[in-house]
Design a protein around this ligand. Structure first.
Ligand code: SF4
Ligand code: SF4
Ligand code: SF4
Ligand code: FES
Length: 948
């Protein structure tokens, strides 16, 4: 592997179709109108010296290094800020230009430390490179004049350092923070010689609004802003392009290495999902992969109260297989099952479901999508015929109106949020439907046109009411409906939504959202141009999660906002491979490609290749597995890369289910909370240690590339193969590419996918088949896979979870930028500096009523359980609503969530729990018990008995 270097064209590409002809140094060039002279020169192979320009940012024209001469024009204009013109004749290299550039460079170097040999950027510094390019040999002014060489470093950020002595005030960092990230955390303060970069109002980076995305570090041409890992380890020597293992945005990174050591993760400019941007998690929070708490040796124990015994892989696998076989012999084939991981690769997920269907002989397979986006799969399939989002991320550039409902993109999907914010700064309009005032409602240079702060649990009422406005005010896109939808279904639906009970005035009484706001939002969505809906778990994790997805689909159908760039229905997927896990057949009723298990022809395809007859009955979902475990009929489970004790609702019920089983096999990086109930622990591998693919929220399949050998000895796919073989299920893949080849052979929407094509194209959005050989960025152009788009009635049914005198507040939950899911990875990195604990957001009125002050410990109690955490008093939440994150196991927010779930998919109702909040002196009984158990489990792990 060599170090991948990407060409910097100096300025962004122009999107114009019109071509302009000019000559540069006598060579004829033809480029799109709007291209800078600098970029046009690069296109024909001439690199004009530059410092303040880079192709990820708009040109700024401050350094004056890129000067050129243009025939017929006075002076020496900057080539980065001067666009090409028809017939222009440009000279990039003359004696005058050389002298001018040298002069500019002399000034920079006279105020720059001459410590190149010991500088962290040595060999990768643009100032150093450009000084060489302009032929600088001497600095006439000497180095003794006024300078900034004694400036103090800012080391406050855990991941990067700011050394002002090396700053050339090129403004690239400030522009990166504004244009790419959209946070506006940096300014250049003072003027002239005194000017310096400043985070916030003379704050440190850590104390400022900086969200540690790294865009400024990436943009800095000197060592002023440098990753601490580079300073510590040195410059990388080889790299590979891989995909972030955190969220569903699916950012591409270059994993830059020295030997087997990861030096840094650099966002890849050619990454189709991120275009060179990143967030703090993918960019910096990879330390968990090397964390000392990773378990690297397999362990077994007879009872969960026994100490763990460290054993060989052979012993652990045969121990698990024997137990599973014994359970099946005593209790029948369907007494065991498994859970696939949305964090593992497509190939690994495919193998787990294959092991369960072909090896265990049943369909008891489920995935954590059950607790997040299962209603998306169900709802979008019912409405459009395909269980996936309709657009690519690039589509946002053509969007005029964004409707964000039940999602918090700046925290949950930060890199895509930056793209949304950029489009909003260009003039697109924003509607936010969320009980909480999320950042996007008002953030620098962005303000939502309408924020509908609805009462949790009333999504369906609000969306149906918006449909009421659209239909009754004549805002339906009649042409689209006539051509693309079933007319009688539309009429039924139109009559339904037109009922007076769905009018904004009636819905105001249920949702607490003023009728006027509902009307205005509906009008803007229907008439504002290309309108796109982006949604998250605030839509799906409800007892009416599927109904809400259907209501969203209805709005898009009625307004014709489908089948072209800029529109669509876009679920923002939480985990990196939740889309892929669903695609690969992780649900108990579906084989890969969302084909029902009862379909004989589909089963035959797999039976033929796998050499076994498949059970035609759908298997158990996770909640049913746990219920059956408590009842004694489900007794063994293989869990790959999931911590269901933390991520699933009603923690105490999950614990009872797990404790009732005879064999729980957990495969993970760390001894997670679920492992407290495990009999076999199989150490997992990280995304850096294996090959495979992830599929992001826009159906984009991207490569995961192995850059170091697995510390545990095996990739997760190999571990599943070992277990499968021990269970008598033949699996003999030499490389994950062979697994993908099998997926392509068996699954029509993946028919054209191969590792060769992925290497060639960079990524592929499914469906990829004969009809779409390079994939499908935008779905449903010209037609739906099922023929017509379906309007489905969405009757609002209030959740059974009701507030009352005992539990008068409604709890809703969400994520924070620096942490990820149950925090197993991010809590093992410096990201915890930003979020040491989960806090309970409480409105000042509710706090005052209860005598709670900011930072006080409070008891959060529901009819399911209670926990304690500290209060954060804020008006981001409305009176009557409380909110918390669920990243820390000690908070155990899911102890208070209830057993209610989506009617269609069992997705738990995490977003609505009636609670009471009161002052507290300390942890709840559950937390104390949990703490004792967790400590005991860790103590046991620490004194692992070595195997004979
Ligand atoms: S790390 Fe990101 S948010 Fe922070 S200052 Fe740099 S660009 Fe801005
Ligand atoms: S910190 Fe780097 S990018 Fe920012 S102004 Fe200084 S040299 Fe330029
Ligand atoms: S936005 Fe998501 S995929 Fe991108 S770097 Fe952050 S966590 Fe990773
Ligand atoms: S690169 Fe053009 S002015 Fe700096």
């Amino acid at each position: 592997m060599a170090l991948i270097s990407e060409i910097d064209f100096g300025t962004p590409a122009s999107r114009s179709q019109e071509l302009v002809n000019l000559t540069i140094d006598g060579v004829a060039v033809s480029v799109p109108a709007g291209t800078s002279i600098m970029r046009a020169a690069m296109d024909q192979g001439t690199e004009i010296p530059k410092l303040c320009a880079t192709d990820t940012l708009e040109p700024f024209g401050s350094c004056r290094l890129c000067l050129v001469e243009i025939e017929g024009r006075n002076g020496t204009p900057a080539s980065c800020t001067t666009p090409v013109a028809e017939g222009m004749k440009v000279k990039t290299q003359t004696e005058r230009l050389k002298a001018l550039r040298k002069g500019v460079m002399e000034l920079y170097i006279s105020d720059h430390p001459l410590d190149c040999l010991t500088c962290a950027a040595n060999g990768n510094c643009e100032l150093q490179t450009q000084a060489g390019k302009v032929g600088l040999r001497d600095v006439r002014y000497g180095y003794k004049g006024d300078n900034h060489l004694e400036s103090t470093k800012d080391e406050s950020n855990p991941y990067f350092t700011y050394d002002p002595s090396k700053c050339i005030v090129c403004n690239r960092c400030v522009r990166a923070c504004e244009e790419v990230q959209g946070t506006f955390a940096l300014t250049i303060e003072a003027r002239g010689f005194a000017s310096r970069v400043s985070p916030g109002q003379h704050e440190t980076f850590f104390d400022s609004e900086c969200v540690s995305c790294g865009a400024c570090v990436q943009a800095c041409p000197t060592a002023t802003l440098s990753e601490k890992s580079i300073i510590e380890i040195g410059q990388p020597e080889h790299s590979a392009v891989t995909t972030c293992a955190y969220c569903g945005v699916g950012c591409s990174f270059k994993a830059e290495m020295r030997g087997e050591e990861l030096v840094r993760m650099v966002p890849y400019k050619d990454g189709k999902a991120n275009h060179g941007h990143s967030c703090v998690k993918g960019r910096f929070a990879y330390g968990y992969a090397m964390h000392k708490e990773r378990i690297l040796k397999p362990m077994i124990r007879e009872k969960i109260s026994d100490p763990w015994t460290e054993v060989s892989w052979d012993r652990a696998i045969s121990f698990a297989a024997e137990k599973f076989k014994a359970i099946q012999a005593a209790h029948g084939k369907r007494s065991i099952g498994g859970i696939t991981s949305s964090r593992c690769t497509n190939e690994e997920t495919y193998l787990v479901q294959k092991l369960i269907r072909a090896g265990f002989g049943n369909n008891n397979v489920d995935t954590c999508a059950r607790v997040c986006h299962s209603p998306t799969g169900y709802g979008l399939k019912a409405a459009f015929g395909t269980s996936a989002g309709t657009q690519d991320f690039d589509s946002v550039e053509d969007t005029d109106v964004m409707l964000v409902i039940g999602a918090n993109p700046t925290d949950g999907h930060p890199v895509f949020a930056s793209r949304m914010k950029k489009r909003l700064r260009q003039g697109a309009k924003l509607i936010v439907i969320d009980p909480r005032r999320i950042d996007m409602v008002r953030t620098p240079h962005i303000e939502a046109s309408y924020h509908l702060p609805l009462r949790p649990g009333t999504n369906v009422a609000i969306l149906t009411s918006m449909a009421h406005v659209i239909v009754t005010e004549g805002l339906v896109n009649e042409t689209f409906v006539r051509e693309r939808c079933d007319p009688s279904e539309f009429s039924d639906w139109a009559a339904f939504v037109s009922q007076p009970s769905h009018s904004p005035e009636e819905v105001e009484k249920i949702s607490d959202v003023p009728a006027d706001l509902i009307r205005k939002a509906a009008r803007l969505y229907a008439t504002g141009g290309n309108a796109a809906i982006y949604y998250g778990l605030g839509v799906t994790e409800h007892s009416q999660g599927t109904t809400t997805v259907l209501a969203i689909a209805n709005l898009a159908l009625a307004t014709g906002n489908l089948g072209r760039p800029g529109v669509g229905v876009n679920p923002l997927r939480g985990q990196n491979n939740v889309q892929g896990a669903c695609d690969m057949g992780s649900f108990p009723h579906e084989l890969p490609g969302y084909r029902h298990i009862s379909d004989n022809a589909t089963r035959d395809v797999f039976s033929h290749i796998w050499g076994v007859e498949l059970d035609h009955e759908p298997g158990l979902r996770i909640p049913n597995m746990l219920d059956s475990a408590v009842e004694g009929t489900f007794r063994g489970i293989y869990i790959q890369g999931e911590d269901i004790l933390q991520s699933d609702p009603d923690t105490q019920h999950v614990a009872r289910g797990l404790a009732a089983m005879d064999c729980v096999v957990v495969q993970d990086l760390f001894l997670n909370e679920t492992a407290n109930y495990a009999h076999v622990f199989l150490p997992g591998s990280t995304f850096l240690e294996k090959d495979g693919t992830f599929t992001n929220a826009e159906r984009r399949i991207q490569r995961v590339r192995k850059v170091m050998s697995p510390k545990n000895g095996y990739g997760d796919w190999e571990i599943t193969m070992l277990l499968a073989k021990a269970m008598g299920c033949a699996m003999d893949y030499q490389h994950p590419s062979e697994i993908m080849a099998e997926v392509a052979r068996t699954t029509p929407s993946f028919a054209g996918v191969s590792y060769e094509k992925l290497d060639q194209l960079g990524s592929i959005q499914w469906p990829c088949n004969e009809a779409a050989a390079e994939g499908t960025p935008v779905m449903h152009i010209g037609g739906f896979s099922q023929g017509k788009g379906k309007f489905i009635l969405t009757e609002y049914v209030p959740t059974d979870e009701k507030t009352g005198p005992r539990y008068p507040l409604l709890l809703t939950t969400g994520r924070i930028l620096s942490q990820y899911n149950v925090g197993a990875q991010t809590r093992r990195t410096a990201n915890s500096m930003w979020h040491e604990e989960d806090r309970l957001e409480l409105h000042p009125n509710d706090a005052e009523l209860r005598g709670v002050r900011d930072g006080d410990w409070v008891k959060l109690k529901s009819r399911a359980g209670e926990t304690t955490l500290r209060a954060l008093i804020t008006d981001r939440v409305a009176p009557g609503i409380v909110y918390t994150t669920f990243h820390h196991p000690m908070t155990q927010a899911n102890v208070v969530t209830t057993e209610f779930s989506d009617w269609a998919t069992n997705c738990p109702e995490f977003k609505v729990t009636a609670v009471q909040v009161s002052t507290s002196n300390g942890p709840s009984d559950w937390q104390e018990n949990y703490q004792k158990q967790a400590e005991e489990s860790r103590r046991i792990a620490a004194v692992i008995v070595a195997a004979e």
